[in-house]
Write a protein that binds this ligand. Sequence first.
Ligand SMILES: *Cc1c(COP(=O)(O)O)cnc(C)c1O
Length: 386
Amino acid sequence: MKFRDLGLQYHHLRSEIDSSIARVLNNGVFIGGEPVQNLENELSEYVGVEHCITCANGTDALKLALMAWDIGPGDAVFVPDFTFFSSGEVVSAVGATPVFVDVDSTTFNISPSCLNYAISYVLSNTELKPRAVITVDLFGLPADYQQIRTICDKCDLLLLEDAAQSFGGAIGDRKTCSFGDISTTSFFPAKPLGCYGDGGAVFTDNKEWASLIRSYAVHGKGSMKYDNIRIGMNSRLDSIQAAILSVKLAAFVDYELSAVNEIACRYTELSKEHGIEKLGIELPVVPEGYMSSWAQYTLKLPNEIDRERFREGLNELAIPTMVYYPKPMHEQRAFKITGFILPTACTVADELCASVLSLPMSPYLTDENLHDVINSLLRVGHNLNM
Ligand SMILES: *Cc1c(COP(=O)(O)O)cnc(C)c1O
């Protein structure tokens, strides 16, 4: 079993993907063109947002949003302490200061009450101007947008949704990539909707920001390519990647998203049947009305268990696992150099970094695979006297 078997998906979609790539090769247009235009239309329609601008990766997508808002030195941006490095990296990259905020212990997403406290802390203890909140829909589960949006409105903060892991997730009938003033995603191969290289996208209903982002993504272009009116970057999605993504998006909407949700349910069902929770292991929780796109199925191991020994045990039974993430943002050395604010200790993030374990996950796992994982968890648990 692989942790995320991308080969299986290719096997399913092979003829369509191959002919889609061949069309691009025959057309000889490798940057922009119809495949990119078509994909942007398909994505914005699926998500339900007016503008979609594809770019080179999910990190650039976040950075482009901050550039469009002119966020930079002297500005504070609130970021969950438990996330992939990019969510905080982009804040420092534009010269602003990240403020790390603790997360909720059941959803793993930014805690609204900690966010409230962090905002007042910055206002009373620093010279920084609070400008934006970056929410992360961690492991595929949307953040608590009802509460976060209220806080942003009250405090006049822009909301940037980092939906790199949550494409396809939803709250009610509203999809991820639509909750932010600007929202972004990543098409890194292992994400819920991945391409065969790097890729990303920015979503917004705001026309002005959309055209600023289109400009920043292509060297700050003005009316045409060789008229440069601002310092930008070169961040585009290749035509080949766009052609691949159109095929994959259709499969994602058609059956992958529901398949991965069924697999998550089955993991939970089998875990309960086999008493996994009696080992002190906690299963992921999806709040009422929320839908995850299950970038990861992540367990919390009991504190007293040696996670590395547990992983080794599973590895010996051919079950690959990953630790997302071993280190909270506030402990990353890079931020110690560039500066950050930590209004309170992030005890939940610290605890999660020490206890999380992600299991193999993909829409193509079989029931046999799932039994195999659950039986191996039990065996290793018993061997370690859990
Ligand atoms: C993957 C990821 C990113 C960055 O995406 P890339 O396409 O790899 O640049 C940003 N934020 C989160 C939460 C991610 O998981």
